[in-house]
Ligand binder design. Structure first.
Ligand code: SF4
Ligand code: SF4
Length: 303
C-alpha cells in the first residue's frame, strides 16, 4: 500500500473484516455526495455543453459565459452549504462525505484484503465508484444526450475522458491518498482555517483508556486523538503550520472504531473515545506520543 502508514495498515487488516456503523454510514453519505454533484447538470440546472453547445442555467439555454458563471455560483453555493456543516461538525464532510476520501478507503480495503476472498468484488466496487465520480464531473461539461445522439467519435472521446477521470481518481487514492487531505485539499484547508466546530467531535475520557495506542496508530492524518486540543505542527503543503489538532481532525471516527475494538476485546466500558455532540477539549488531554506508538496486543494476535 503506497501511502497508508504501516501502523494504520496493520490495524485496518484487523478492523476492516468487521462491519462498523461508521463505515456503512460513510458509504451512503459518499454516494449521496456523488448524487448531489451529478444532479444539477442531469436535470439542466447548470451545464457547459462542450459537445452540442446546449449550455444550461436553471433549466434555460444560455450562452457559454452565463453557463460558466452559473457553474461558479454552484461552487459558491456548495461552499456555503459546507460552511454550515463546518459550523456544526468541523471537517465532518472530509470524514464522511468526501468522494475522494471514500476512494482512499476503497484503495486501502483492496490492499488490506490481499489474499482474502471478496477482494475482486472490492476492486470492482472501487472502479465503479471512481467511474461514477468521474461521470458526475464529466456531465457538467457535456450533455448526456451525447451517449445516444453523438457520433461514434464523440462517444469514444467521452468514454476516453471518463476512463481517464476514473484512472486519475484511482491514482489519487493509491498514491496521493491521505497526504492530500493532510496538506493540499483546498476544501480541507478552508475547513481548517474557519473556526472548528464546538458542537460535534472526538471526546476523550481517560478513565477507561488502557494506553494501547490504537487510536494514534489508525488516524489517517497522523493526529493524537486523545489530545486534539493540543498544539501540533504541520509542514505539509498548504496546511496551517501551527495550530491545534482540532483544526485538522476529519471527524472520521477511525480512532473511535479502533478504541471500540480494543476495549470491546477487553470488556471495558464506556469507550474512551467517542464521536459525539459536545465541546472539544472535554476530558483529560494526553500529550501526543513523541515516538511511533507501540502496536496493541490485540492487533498483533489478530493480524
Ligand atoms: S483524530 Fe480520530 S476522527 Fe480525527 S482524523 Fe484522526 S482518526 Fe479521524
Ligand atoms: S484506542 Fe482507546 S484505549 Fe487505546 S489508547 Fe486510544 S483512547 Fe486509549
Amino acid at each position: 500500500m503506497a501511502c497508508t502508514p504501516p501502523q494504520r495498515f496493520g490495524l485496518l487488516r484487523v478492523l476492516l473484516p468487521r462491519p462498523h456503523r461508521y463505515r456503512s454510514l460513510r458509504s451512503w453519505v459518499a454516494l449521496l455526495s456523488l448524487i448531489v454533484v451529478a444532479a444539477p447538470p442531469l436535470v439542466g440546472l447548470g451545464r457547459i455543453d462542450l459537445w452540442g453547445g446546449d449550455h444550461q442555467l436553471l433549466g434555460e439555454p444560455v450562452s457559454f459565459a452565463k453557463a460558466l458563471f452559473g457553474g461558479l455560483l454552484f461552487g459558491i453555493a456548495s461552499y456555503l452549504i459546507t460552511f454550515l456543516v463546518n459550523a456544526f461538525g468541523g471537517r465532518l464532510f472530509c470524514g464522511f462525505g468526501c468522494p475522494l476520501s471514500q476512494a482512499n478507503r476503497l484503495a486501502e480495503r483492496i490492499a488490506a484484503e490481499r489474499g482474502k476472498p471478496g477482494r475482486t468484488a472490492t476492486i470492482v466496487r472501487s472502479w465503479l465508484f471512481a467511474g461514477a465520480f468521474a461521470a458526475a464531473i464529466l456531465h457538467w461539461w457535456i450533455d448526456p444526450r451525447l451517449w445516444i445522439e453523438g457520433s461514434l467519435g464523440a462517444r469514444a472521446a467521452a468514454v476516453a475522458a471518463l476512463a481517464a477521470g476514473a484512472a486519475l481518481i484511482q491514482g489519487h487514492a493509491r498514491w496521493w491518498h491521505w497526504s492530500f487531505c493532510r496538506g493540499w485539499c483546498p476544501v480541507g484547508l478552508y475547513y481548517s482555517v474557519v473556526s472548528p466546530s464546538t458542537a460535534l467531535g472526538i471526546r476523550f475520557d481517560a478513565a477507561t483508556c488502557v494506553n494501547c495506542n490504537a487510536c494514534d496508530r489508525v488516524c489517517p492524518v497522523g493526529l493524537a486523538p486523545r489530545n486534539l486540543p493540543g498544539e501540533i505542527e504541520r509542514d505539509e503543503g498548504l496546511a496551517i503550520a501551527t495550530t491545534t489538532g482540532v483544526h485538522h481532525c476529519l471527524s472520521c471516527g477511525d480512532c473511535v472504531e479502533a478504541c471500540e475494538f480494543i476495549l470491546g476485546k477487553r470488556g471495558i466500558t464506556p469507550i474512551a473515545l467517542t464521536l459525539a455532540s459536545h465541546p472539544f477539549g472535554e476530558g483529560e488531554a494526553h500529550p501526543a506520543p513523541t515516538a511511533a506508538p507501540a502496536e496493541p496486543a490485540e492487533t498483533r494476535q489478530a493480524g
